[in-house]
Write a protein that binds this ligand. Sequence first.
Ligand code: NAD
Ligand code: MG
Length: 305
Amino acid sequence: MTTESTARSTDQYTFQNPVTRFESIEPPAKSTSEPGLESELEPTADRGETSYRGTGRLTGRKALITGADSGIGSAVAIAYAREGADVVLSYLPEEEEDAQTVKGIIEAEGRKAICIPGDLKDPEYCVSLVQQAAEGLGGLDILVNNAGKQVAVESLEELTDEQLDHTFKTNIYSFFRVTKEALKHLGPGSTIINTTSIQAYEPSPTLVDYASTKAAINAFTKGLAQQLAPKGIRVNAVAPGPIWTPLQPSDGQPTEALPEFGKSTPLGRAGQPTEVAPAYVFLASPESSYVIGETLNVNGGMPTP
Ligand code: NAD
Ligand code: MG
Protein backbone atom coordinates (compact mmCIF):
# COMPACT_ATOMS: atom_id res chain seq x y z
CA MET A 1 0.00 0.00 0.00
CA THR A 2 1.34 3.41 -0.84
CA THR A 3 0.71 6.11 1.70
CA GLU A 4 -0.45 9.55 0.67
CA SER A 5 3.10 10.88 0.93
CA THR A 6 4.40 8.26 -1.51
CA ALA A 7 1.49 8.21 -3.98
CA ARG A 8 2.50 9.65 -7.33
CA SER A 9 1.95 9.29 -11.05
CA THR A 10 5.40 7.88 -11.94
CA ASP A 11 7.84 5.79 -9.91
CA GLN A 12 10.66 3.33 -10.56
CA TYR A 13 8.19 0.76 -11.92
CA THR A 14 6.73 3.05 -14.59
CA PHE A 15 7.72 1.82 -18.07
CA GLN A 16 9.88 4.59 -19.48
CA ASN A 17 12.92 5.45 -21.60
CA PRO A 18 16.09 5.45 -19.42
CA VAL A 19 17.62 8.11 -21.68
CA THR A 20 14.89 10.58 -20.80
CA ARG A 21 13.74 9.30 -17.38
CA PHE A 22 15.84 12.13 -15.93
CA GLU A 23 17.02 15.16 -17.83
CA SER A 24 20.68 15.59 -18.72
CA ILE A 25 21.99 18.08 -16.17
CA GLU A 26 24.62 20.74 -16.72
CA PRO A 27 25.96 21.68 -13.26
CA PRO A 28 27.64 25.08 -12.92
CA ALA A 29 31.47 25.14 -12.86
CA LYS A 30 31.44 25.96 -9.16
CA SER A 31 33.09 24.02 -6.32
CA THR A 32 32.48 24.11 -2.56
CA SER A 33 34.52 22.59 0.25
CA GLU A 34 33.81 19.05 1.47
CA PRO A 35 31.63 17.60 2.76
CA GLY A 36 29.15 19.02 0.30
CA LEU A 37 25.63 19.61 1.52
CA GLU A 38 22.54 18.26 -0.23
CA SER A 39 20.71 21.43 0.82
CA GLU A 40 23.16 23.44 -1.32
CA LEU A 41 23.32 21.09 -4.32
CA GLU A 42 22.68 22.85 -7.62
CA PRO A 43 20.85 21.50 -9.57
CA THR A 44 19.00 19.44 -6.96
CA ALA A 45 19.10 15.63 -7.14
CA ASP A 46 16.32 13.02 -7.10
CA ARG A 47 16.73 10.78 -4.07
CA GLY A 48 13.33 9.16 -4.43
CA GLU A 49 11.58 11.57 -2.10
CA THR A 50 8.50 11.46 -4.34
CA SER A 51 9.56 8.87 -6.92
CA TYR A 52 10.51 5.70 -5.00
CA ARG A 53 7.65 3.30 -4.29
CA GLY A 54 8.16 0.55 -1.73
CA THR A 55 6.55 -2.89 -1.95
CA GLY A 56 7.45 -4.38 1.43
CA ARG A 57 10.66 -6.08 0.32
CA LEU A 58 12.53 -5.28 3.58
CA THR A 59 9.70 -5.46 6.08
CA GLY A 60 10.93 -5.42 9.67
CA ARG A 61 14.62 -5.25 8.75
CA LYS A 62 17.19 -3.22 10.73
CA ALA A 63 19.73 -1.30 8.65
CA LEU A 64 22.83 0.75 9.41
CA ILE A 65 23.87 3.02 6.54
CA THR A 66 26.99 5.20 6.57
CA GLY A 67 26.98 8.45 4.62
CA ALA A 68 23.18 8.33 4.86
CA ASP A 69 22.55 12.07 5.07
CA SER A 70 22.98 12.82 1.39
CA GLY A 71 23.51 11.44 -2.10
CA ILE A 72 23.40 7.70 -2.69
CA GLY A 73 23.26 6.83 1.03
CA SER A 74 20.21 9.02 1.56
CA ALA A 75 18.45 7.50 -1.47
CA VAL A 76 19.16 4.04 -0.03
CA ALA A 77 17.85 5.13 3.39
CA ILE A 78 14.62 6.45 1.85
CA ALA A 79 14.18 3.29 -0.24
CA TYR A 80 14.85 0.98 2.73
CA ALA A 81 12.30 2.85 4.86
CA ARG A 82 9.70 2.67 2.05
CA GLU A 83 10.42 -1.09 1.85
CA GLY A 84 9.64 -1.40 5.56
CA ALA A 85 13.03 -1.21 7.31
CA ASP A 86 14.13 0.85 10.31
CA VAL A 87 17.34 2.77 9.66
CA VAL A 88 20.36 4.18 11.50
CA LEU A 89 21.91 7.16 9.73
CA SER A 90 25.68 7.75 10.10
CA TYR A 91 27.17 11.01 8.83
CA LEU A 92 29.54 13.82 9.81
CA PRO A 93 28.38 16.27 12.53
CA GLU A 94 28.51 19.18 10.05
CA GLU A 95 25.86 17.40 7.95
CA GLU A 96 23.18 17.49 10.67
CA GLU A 97 20.76 19.54 8.58
CA ASP A 98 20.86 17.05 5.68
CA ALA A 99 20.45 14.14 8.10
CA GLN A 100 17.38 15.71 9.71
CA THR A 101 15.72 16.04 6.30
CA VAL A 102 16.23 12.33 5.62
CA LYS A 103 15.07 11.42 9.13
CA GLY A 104 11.86 13.37 8.48
CA ILE A 105 11.19 11.48 5.23
CA ILE A 106 11.75 8.11 6.95
CA GLU A 107 9.54 8.97 9.90
CA ALA A 108 6.80 10.08 7.51
CA GLU A 109 6.74 6.41 6.40
CA GLY A 110 6.16 5.34 9.98
CA ARG A 111 9.66 3.84 10.22
CA LYS A 112 12.35 4.47 12.80
CA ALA A 113 15.30 6.75 11.87
CA ILE A 114 18.14 7.04 14.40
CA CYS A 115 20.83 9.67 13.83
CA ILE A 116 24.35 8.84 15.04
CA PRO A 117 26.81 11.46 13.73
CA GLY A 118 30.59 11.04 13.97
CA ASP A 119 33.86 10.76 12.09
CA LEU A 120 34.55 7.34 10.55
CA LYS A 121 38.29 8.13 10.48
CA ASP A 122 38.10 7.61 14.24
CA PRO A 123 38.28 3.88 15.14
CA GLU A 124 36.32 4.51 18.35
CA TYR A 125 33.39 6.02 16.45
CA CYS A 126 33.36 3.00 14.10
CA VAL A 127 32.81 0.74 17.12
CA SER A 128 30.41 2.96 19.09
CA LEU A 129 28.32 3.60 15.96
CA VAL A 130 27.62 -0.12 15.58
CA GLN A 131 26.97 -0.62 19.29
CA GLN A 132 24.51 2.28 19.43
CA ALA A 133 22.86 1.20 16.18
CA ALA A 134 22.25 -2.34 17.40
CA GLU A 135 20.95 -1.03 20.70
CA GLY A 136 18.66 1.54 19.08
CA LEU A 137 17.25 -0.84 16.48
CA GLY A 138 17.10 -3.89 18.76
CA GLY A 139 19.57 -5.76 16.52
CA LEU A 140 21.11 -5.38 13.09
CA ASP A 141 20.70 -7.32 9.85
CA ILE A 142 21.74 -4.95 7.06
CA LEU A 143 25.02 -3.01 6.96
CA VAL A 144 25.65 -0.57 4.11
CA ASN A 145 29.24 0.73 4.10
CA ASN A 146 28.73 3.75 1.88
CA ALA A 147 30.58 6.78 3.30
CA GLY A 148 33.33 8.05 1.06
CA LYS A 149 35.80 10.85 0.52
CA GLN A 150 36.73 11.94 -3.00
CA VAL A 151 38.97 14.94 -3.64
CA ALA A 152 40.44 15.47 -7.11
CA VAL A 153 44.16 16.30 -7.26
CA GLU A 154 46.04 17.03 -10.50
CA SER A 155 49.29 15.20 -9.69
CA LEU A 156 50.78 12.75 -7.24
CA GLU A 157 53.24 15.46 -6.18
CA GLU A 158 50.27 17.58 -5.06
CA LEU A 159 48.61 14.77 -3.12
CA THR A 160 49.27 15.57 0.54
CA ASP A 161 50.02 12.83 3.01
CA GLU A 162 47.02 14.07 5.01
CA GLN A 163 44.62 13.56 2.09
CA LEU A 164 46.08 10.12 1.36
CA ASP A 165 45.59 9.17 5.00
CA HIS A 166 42.05 10.58 5.24
CA THR A 167 40.90 8.98 1.98
CA PHE A 168 42.10 5.53 3.04
CA LYS A 169 40.80 5.85 6.62
CA THR A 170 37.35 6.94 5.44
CA ASN A 171 36.93 4.77 2.36
CA ILE A 172 38.44 1.45 3.40
CA TYR A 173 39.71 1.34 7.01
CA SER A 174 36.22 2.27 8.25
CA PHE A 175 34.71 -0.56 6.17
CA PHE A 176 36.96 -3.05 8.02
CA ARG A 177 36.30 -1.51 11.43
CA VAL A 178 32.54 -1.07 11.15
CA THR A 179 32.06 -4.51 9.59
CA LYS A 180 34.20 -6.24 12.23
CA GLU A 181 32.08 -4.74 15.00
CA ALA A 182 28.83 -5.44 13.12
CA LEU A 183 29.67 -9.16 12.93
CA LYS A 184 28.87 -9.34 16.65
CA HIS A 185 25.24 -8.66 15.70
CA LEU A 186 24.72 -10.02 12.16
CA GLY A 187 23.12 -13.46 12.03
CA PRO A 188 22.19 -15.81 9.15
CA GLY A 189 20.20 -13.95 6.49
CA SER A 190 21.98 -10.68 7.19
CA THR A 191 23.61 -8.74 4.37
CA ILE A 192 26.55 -6.39 3.97
CA ILE A 193 26.66 -4.05 0.98
CA ASN A 194 29.73 -1.96 0.18
CA THR A 195 29.73 1.08 -2.10
CA THR A 196 32.60 0.84 -4.54
CA SER A 197 32.85 2.69 -7.90
CA ILE A 198 33.51 2.52 -11.64
CA GLN A 199 36.77 4.15 -10.49
CA ALA A 200 37.88 0.71 -9.24
CA TYR A 201 38.41 -0.32 -12.88
CA GLU A 202 38.58 2.96 -14.76
CA PRO A 203 40.58 5.27 -12.50
CA SER A 204 40.58 8.97 -13.45
CA PRO A 205 44.07 10.50 -13.52
CA THR A 206 42.91 13.04 -10.88
CA LEU A 207 41.52 10.41 -8.47
CA VAL A 208 44.44 8.04 -7.91
CA ASP A 209 44.05 7.83 -4.11
CA TYR A 210 40.25 7.50 -4.25
CA ALA A 211 40.30 4.93 -7.07
CA SER A 212 42.84 2.83 -5.16
CA THR A 213 40.48 2.60 -2.18
CA LYS A 214 37.61 1.58 -4.46
CA ALA A 215 39.67 -1.27 -5.94
CA ALA A 216 40.44 -2.30 -2.36
CA ILE A 217 36.70 -2.32 -1.56
CA ASN A 218 36.10 -4.77 -4.42
CA ALA A 219 38.76 -7.14 -3.08
CA PHE A 220 37.45 -6.68 0.48
CA THR A 221 33.96 -7.57 -0.74
CA LYS A 222 34.94 -10.67 -2.71
CA GLY A 223 37.24 -12.02 0.00
CA LEU A 224 34.92 -11.39 2.92
CA ALA A 225 31.96 -12.77 0.94
CA GLN A 226 33.62 -16.19 0.85
CA GLN A 227 34.52 -15.99 4.53
CA LEU A 228 30.96 -15.18 5.63
CA ALA A 229 28.86 -17.18 3.15
CA PRO A 230 29.02 -20.40 5.23
CA LYS A 231 27.59 -18.39 8.14
CA GLY A 232 24.64 -17.28 6.01
CA ILE A 233 25.81 -13.67 5.79
CA ARG A 234 25.99 -12.33 2.24
CA VAL A 235 28.48 -9.64 1.20
CA ASN A 236 28.12 -7.74 -2.09
CA ALA A 237 29.04 -4.39 -3.59
CA VAL A 238 27.42 -1.71 -5.72
CA ALA A 239 29.62 0.18 -8.18
CA PRO A 240 27.95 3.44 -9.23
CA GLY A 241 29.03 5.43 -12.26
CA PRO A 242 28.61 9.23 -12.34
CA ILE A 243 25.76 10.02 -9.94
CA TRP A 244 24.79 13.59 -9.15
CA THR A 245 25.50 14.02 -5.41
CA PRO A 246 27.14 16.62 -3.11
CA LEU A 247 30.41 14.65 -3.36
CA GLN A 248 31.01 15.87 -6.92
CA PRO A 249 30.89 19.69 -6.64
CA SER A 250 32.73 19.63 -3.27
CA ASP A 251 36.15 19.13 -4.91
CA GLY A 252 35.23 15.61 -6.09
CA GLN A 253 35.86 16.72 -9.69
CA PRO A 254 38.05 19.39 -11.21
CA THR A 255 35.71 22.44 -11.25
CA GLU A 256 35.86 22.85 -15.03
CA ALA A 257 34.71 19.22 -15.52
CA LEU A 258 31.41 19.71 -13.63
CA PRO A 259 29.24 20.94 -16.55
CA GLU A 260 30.11 17.76 -18.47
CA PHE A 261 29.48 15.43 -15.52
CA GLY A 262 28.04 12.09 -16.68
CA LYS A 263 27.63 13.08 -20.33
CA SER A 264 30.18 10.57 -21.62
CA THR A 265 28.13 7.55 -20.46
CA PRO A 266 26.22 5.57 -23.12
CA LEU A 267 22.97 7.01 -21.68
CA GLY A 268 24.44 10.47 -22.16
CA ARG A 269 23.49 11.81 -18.74
CA ALA A 270 24.47 11.64 -15.07
CA GLY A 271 22.55 9.21 -12.90
CA GLN A 272 20.31 10.30 -10.03
CA PRO A 273 20.77 8.79 -6.54
CA THR A 274 17.34 7.17 -6.65
CA GLU A 275 18.42 5.13 -9.69
CA VAL A 276 21.10 3.44 -7.59
CA ALA A 277 18.89 2.59 -4.60
CA PRO A 278 17.11 -0.47 -6.11
CA ALA A 279 20.48 -2.26 -6.40
CA TYR A 280 20.91 -1.93 -2.63
CA VAL A 281 17.34 -3.10 -2.04
CA PHE A 282 17.89 -6.18 -4.22
CA LEU A 283 21.15 -7.10 -2.49
CA ALA A 284 19.64 -6.62 0.99
CA SER A 285 16.53 -8.62 0.22
CA PRO A 286 16.32 -12.43 0.60
CA GLU A 287 15.43 -12.62 -3.12
CA SER A 288 19.19 -12.31 -3.84
CA SER A 289 20.01 -15.33 -1.64
CA TYR A 290 22.38 -16.90 -4.22
CA VAL A 291 24.13 -13.60 -5.08
CA ILE A 292 27.39 -13.41 -3.11
CA GLY A 293 30.64 -11.52 -3.70
CA GLU A 294 29.02 -9.73 -6.64
CA THR A 295 29.64 -6.16 -7.76
CA LEU A 296 26.46 -4.70 -9.24
CA ASN A 297 27.38 -1.91 -11.66
CA VAL A 298 24.91 0.96 -11.91
CA ASN A 299 26.63 3.28 -14.32
CA GLY A 300 24.61 4.24 -17.37
CA GLY A 301 26.23 1.62 -19.57
CA MET A 302 29.98 2.01 -19.10
CA PRO A 303 31.64 -1.38 -19.81
CA THR A 304 33.06 -3.14 -16.74
CA PRO A 305 35.27 -6.23 -16.31
P1 NAD B 1 27.81 12.20 -0.56
O1 NAD B 1 28.76 13.27 -0.30
O2 NAD B 1 26.38 12.55 -0.59
O3 NAD B 1 27.98 11.02 0.48
C1 NAD B 1 29.22 10.70 1.06
C2 NAD B 1 29.01 10.71 2.55
O4 NAD B 1 30.16 10.15 3.18
C3 NAD B 1 28.86 12.09 3.16
O5 NAD B 1 27.53 12.52 3.17
C4 NAD B 1 29.37 11.87 4.58
O6 NAD B 1 28.31 11.69 5.47
C5 NAD B 1 30.15 10.59 4.49
N1 NAD B 1 31.52 10.79 4.98
C6 NAD B 1 32.58 11.28 4.32
N2 NAD B 1 33.64 11.33 5.13
C7 NAD B 1 33.23 10.86 6.34
C8 NAD B 1 33.87 10.68 7.60
N3 NAD B 1 35.17 10.96 7.79
N4 NAD B 1 33.12 10.20 8.63
C9 NAD B 1 31.82 9.91 8.47
N5 NAD B 1 31.17 10.05 7.29
C10 NAD B 1 31.87 10.52 6.25
O7 NAD B 1 28.24 11.54 -1.95
P2 NAD B 1 27.84 10.16 -2.68
O8 NAD B 1 28.29 10.34 -4.07
O9 NAD B 1 26.46 9.77 -2.42
O10 NAD B 1 28.82 9.12 -2.00
C11 NAD B 1 28.40 7.90 -1.43
C12 NAD B 1 29.32 6.79 -1.86
O11 NAD B 1 29.17 6.59 -3.27
C13 NAD B 1 30.81 7.08 -1.62
O12 NAD B 1 31.43 5.90 -1.15
C14 NAD B 1 31.30 7.39 -3.02
O13 NAD B 1 32.67 7.10 -3.13
C15 NAD B 1 30.45 6.47 -3.83
N6 NAD B 1 30.36 6.76 -5.25
C16 NAD B 1 29.80 7.92 -5.70
C17 NAD B 1 29.73 8.15 -7.06
C18 NAD B 1 29.12 9.40 -7.59
O14 NAD B 1 29.25 9.64 -8.80
N7 NAD B 1 28.48 10.22 -6.81
C19 NAD B 1 30.21 7.19 -7.96
C20 NAD B 1 30.75 6.02 -7.47
C21 NAD B 1 30.83 5.80 -6.11
MG1 MG C 1 26.61 14.40 3.01
